[in-house]
Ligand binder design. Structure first.
Ligand code: SF4
Length: 483
């Protein structure tokens, strides 16, 4: 296996990443990691990114080799749901100490793997490298290999220590670990012409379950979802799929591309956010399967399902249209596939006054322009102060963003809805679109906003206003006249 340095270089050279391919050779060598701004929250580290990408594999013991804080930092911060095993939500760490740093932590890691297997009998153990154990030179690949042979169980090294780079790089290194050690190591009991993989979908708040019933109705089988609600053996057998869909983010583009190269599985990039994007995605899955010899009637059946589901969703959305028409939305999604959410909101008549494009590719920006027109307000970097100003000057009626910006909206006394990975509602597919609109409507028309926007009593009290009297036990009442 290649060293970490080589792996990082390979990942940076990803031919499937448009942004990377747009760079000169020299720029590409420098990698994608940006210089951090002192004082600004840097987002997750590469280890965090790897853990986020793989933790949704539910029947695996995710063992973090490092100080306990690394596991504390990364444990279950996304809310990926499971339909079976709950083992993935148990935090395992070797919790290394000073003596391990002096004498090396490999023995402790080996013992920890044994303990986890003895107590939980997981389908596999994933061992995550962290900064400290990488710096002291612990060879997790060698320990995993020895443990795997000794305990007759897959023990997978995930070599993505925090210092290697950004969270996004960690997502890709996690993909590399699956490609090197998991995918293609087992054979499925049977295959069908309708087998697909869904890549880069994490089943946050159960979003996969909003889409799976649609595919079930068409007889399309998800051989593996990488990695939402996945089981280890499904991922190991995923190389027999006939087609694949890469969901939204390019976090795992290397898996899609390499599986196409190695196993001839064609893939496309699509989104399950919004009515038309969901229909397009299902349509593309059907077309790809037919191009790989699935019976042609799948196309007609798919169109029938799409027309049924779209009609049903529009009937349900109709009631919200008059309440939401013309309402202005400020969309801060981090930029990953914001176009998908933009078109979804426009579908119900809302106006998107600005959208972040911080993490968007050139292709994404083009799509936003297509949807919003040439004067699309694309925001590269919006400081909290600018965000506050936009909301305060009522340039927007609601902000849709991640949890970190919620306090800016609350300070500006503006409705806010969480649409990032920590959200508690699922917004995928037709069902999810109806839920998203319902949540926006609830946030916008919540009566709390009229109350909080009223001036406080002390702001109202002027000359001649009644004084505020505060009774005191055992003494005269305190009378305050506010100006
Ligand atoms: S940066 Fe290093 S020490 Fe910090 S959480 Fe990530 S792996 Fe652990």
């Amino acid at each position: 296996m290649s060293s970490l340095k080589e792996k990082v270089q390979q990942v940076f050279d990803e031919p499937g990443c448009g942004k990377n391919q747009g760079k000169s050779e020299k720029e590409r060598k420098k990698g994608c990691t940006k210089q951090l701004t002192p004082g600004a929250a840097a987002g997750g580290c590469a280890f965090d990114g790897a853990k986020i990408a793989l933790q949704p594999i539910t029947d695996v013991a995710h063992l973090v080799h490092g100080p306990i804080a690394c596991e504390g930092n990364s444990w279950d911060n996304r809310g990926a749901k499971s339909s079976g095993s709950m083992l993935y939500r148990t935090g395992f760490t070797t919790d290394i100490r000073e003596t391990d740093i002096v004498y090396g932590g490999e023995k402790r890691l080996f013992r920890s793997i044994k303990e986890v297997i003895d107590k939980y009998n997981p389908a596999a153990v994933f061992v995550y490298q962290t900064c400290v154990t990488a710096l002291i030179g612990d060879d997790i690949e060698a320990v995993c290999k020895a443990a795997s042979a000794k305990f007759n169980k897959p023990v997978i090294p995930v070599n993505s220590p925090g210092f290697a780079g950004s969270k996004n790089l960690g997502n890709k290194l996690a993909g590399e670990a699956l490609l090197d050690y998991v995918i293609g190591t087992e054979e499925p009991e049977y295959t069908t012409p309708y087998d697909i993989n869904i890549i880069g979908e994490y089943n946050l708040s159960g979003e996969l379950w909003q889409v799976k019933p649609l595919l079930d109705r068409l007889g399309i089988r998800i051989l593996a979802c990488i990695s939402g609600d996945a089981k280890y053996h499904e991922v190991a057998r995923s190389h027999r799929a006939k087609a694949a869909m890469m969901v939204c983010s390019k976090a795992m583009v290397n898996i899609g591309r390499k599986m196409e190269e190695r196993y001839g599985i064609p893939f496309f990039e699509g989104s399950f956010y919004g009515i038309s994007d969901t229909s397009d995605a299902i349509r593309q899955i059907a077309r790809l399967l037919v191009s790989r010899d699935a019976p042609i009637d799948l196309i007609d059946r798919t169109e029938h399902l799409i027309s049924q589901e779209e009609t049903r969703a529009w009937i349900r959305l109709e009631q919200y249209k008059p309440r939401l028409a013309g309402k202005r939305v400020l969309l801060i999604t981090g930029g990953v596939k914001s176009w998908s959410v933009v078109s979804a909101l426009q579908e119900v008549g809302m106006e998107v006054v600005g959208t972040s494009v911080k993490k968007s590719t050139a292709e994404d920006k083009e799509r936003i322009k297509e949807i919003m027109g040439d004067d699309a307000h694309m925001i590269d970097e919006l400081t909290p102060r600018e965000m506050y100003k936009m909301l305060k000057e009522a340039q927007a009626d609601i902000m849709l963003s991640g949890g970190r910006s919620q306090f800016v909206a609350l300070k500006a006394k503006m409705p806010w809805l969480d649409i990032n990975q920590e959200r508690h509602h699922a917004y995928a597919g037709y069902e999810g679109m109806v839920d998203l609109v319902h949540e926006i409507d609830k946030a916008l028309h919540n009566p709390i906003w009229t109350h909080v926007r009223k001036p406080a009593p002390w702001e109202q009290a002027g000359d001649g206003a009644e004084p505020i009297v505060i009774p005191r036990t055992g003494g005269a009442a305190l009378s305050l006249q506010l100006h």
